[in-house]
Design a binder for this molecule. Structure first.
Ligand SMILES: [Zn+2]
Length: 352
C-alpha cells in the first residue's frame, strides 16, 4: 500500500500515524519506508552563470567551495525567471530492525531519525544542498523551500557536505519527480512561494503542503540483522512468555493471534522463522503450513509447530504437512530457543 501524509520529515510520519490511532507495534511491523519530498525550481541551463560569495553565514558550513555555485540570469527560454523546470529533493527512510524497534518502542522522532541516518538516510536539507552544489539550483531556492537545520550537530554528525560530492545520488530525485510532480502545486514563478510561506517563522519548513510521502520497496538491511521470528499462538499469555524469552536472546519477535493474520504477517514481514501453534482461530496450523509449503516464497521457511501433549498423531501429521520441527506443549523456554537456533543454523548453511 502506498499512502501520502503531510509532515515535516520522513520520521515524523510515524508520529502522524500514531496520532491518527494506529498502534506503534503495527506501524513498526507494516512500514517499509517513507520518502519525504519537496520540489525546487531548477536553474535554466541556457542562462545560468557562475556566482561567487553569496552564501549566508549561517549555512556556510555546507558550502566550503563557493566557486561552483550558479545563479539564474533570465532569458527567453525561461521567461526571464532564471529557472526552468523543477527537481525533487528527498529524504528516504528505510525501515530496518533498529528503526522498527524504536518505532515499536514509541521512541521520539529524533531517535527514529538517528537510527535511519546511521544506515545512510540523507536529510531533505542535505539533498537540497547537493543540488545546489551541483549547480542545478540556487541557495535562494534552497532557503525558500527548506529551513536550514538549527542544530549543527544534528546534521554534521553524519558528514553532510563532503558526502554530497561523492554519494552519487542524482538518479534518485528523478524517480520521485516523475511520480509525484504532476500532483504538486506548480512552482514555475516566483509568485507561488509567497502563498506557501507563512508569515511567521516556524521551526518547521515553510512549504508544509507540498510534500508527499510514499512507501517504497522493502530492501534488506545491509548490516547483519537480528533474526526475525513470528510467533503464531492464540493464547496471549503463552505468546508473551515466548516473546520475552526470544527477545532476550536478541531475536526480533512479531506476533499473530490466528492463522489468517499469520499468513498476512509472513507476507509482510518475511520472518526468518515461524513458531506455529496448531490450534488457531480462523485457520489452524495445518492450514497455515499447507499455504506456506504451496508457495515458492515460503516453501523453505523454517516452521516449528507447537503440538498438544498426548496427541501423537499430530506429531506425525505436522511433518507430512511440512513442519521443520515440533515441540509438545508444555515446553521449556530453552527447548524452544535451542530448536530455533538449530533451524536457523541449518538454514544459514544451506543458503547459497
Ligand atoms: Zn534562462
Amino acid at each position: 500500500m502506498l499512502s501520502t501524509l503531510h509532515t515535516n520529515d520522513a520520521a515524523s510520519s510515524v508520529t502522524r500515524l500514531i496520532d491518527i490511532g494506529i498502534e506503534s507495534y503495527k506501524i513498526a511491523a507494516a512500514l517499509k519506508g517513507v520518502v519525504a519530498q519537496r520540489l525546487m525550481r531548477r536553474l535554466c541551463p541556457h542562462c545560468r552563470e557562475l556566482s561567487v560569495g553569496q552564501v549566508p553565514d549561517r549555512i556556510k558550513r555546507w558550502f566550503p567551495d563557493q566557486g561552483t555555485l550558479y545563479r539564474g540570469v533570465g532569458c527567453t527560454e525561461c521567461s526571464m525567471t532564471g529557472y526552468r523546470g523543477r527537481l525533487a529533493v528527498e529524504e528516504v527512510l528505510q525501515a530496518n530492525d533498529e528503526v522498527e524497534r524504536r518505532i515499536a518502542g514509541n521512541e521520539s522522532v529524533e531517535r527514529i531519525n538517528d537510527a535511519a541516518r546511521e544506515t545512510g538516510m540523507r536529510s531533505l536539507w542535505e539533498s537540497g544542498v547537493q543540488h545546489v552544489r551541483q549547480g542545478e539550483t540556487t541557495i535562494e531556492e534552497l532557503l525558500r523551500v527548506l529551513e536550514a537545520p538549527a542544530d549543527p550537530s544534528a546534521v554534521t554528525r553524519s558528514s553532510p557536505a563532503p558526502r554530497a560530492s561523492t554519494s552519487g545520488t542524482p538518479a534518485v530525485p528523478t524517480r520521485a519527480s516523475s511520480t509525484s510532480v504532476e500532483e504538486e502545486e506548480p512552482q514555475t514563478g516566483p509568485s507561488t512561494p509567497a502563498s506557501r510561506r507563512s508569515g511567521t517563522r516556524h521551526s518547521a519548513p515553510a512549504s508544509f503542503t507540498g510534500e508527499s510521502f510514499e512507501l517504497v520497496e522493502d530492501k534488506q538491511s545491509k548490516r547483519p540483522a537480528a533474526k526475525r521470528v513470528l510467533l503464531v499462538e492464540d493464547e496471549e499469555s503463552l505468546r508473551r512468555v515466548m516473546k520475552d524469552l526470544l527477545e532476550r536472546e536478541g531475536f526480533v519477535v512479531y506476533e499473530a493471534g490466528d492463522g489468517v493474520i499469520a499468513l498476512d504477517e509472513i507476507d509482510r514481514l518475511a520472518p526468518d522463522l515461524v513458531v506455529l501453534d496448531l490450534n488457531l482461530p480462523r485457520l489452524d496450523g495445518y492450514g497455515v503450513l499447507s499455504h506456506l509449503r504451496a508457495r515458492p516464497a515460503t516453501q523453505k521457511l523454517p516452521v516449528i509447530v507447537l503440538t498438544a501433549k498426548g496427541d501423537e498423531d499430530s506429531e506425525v501429521r505436522v511433518f507430512e504437512y511440512g513442519a521443520s520441527d515440533y515441540l509438545t506443549k508444555p515446553f521449556r523456554g530453552r527447548a524452544l530457543s535451542a530448536r530455533i537456533h538449530s533451524l536457523l543454523d541449518r538454514k544459514a548453511k544451506s543458503a547459497p
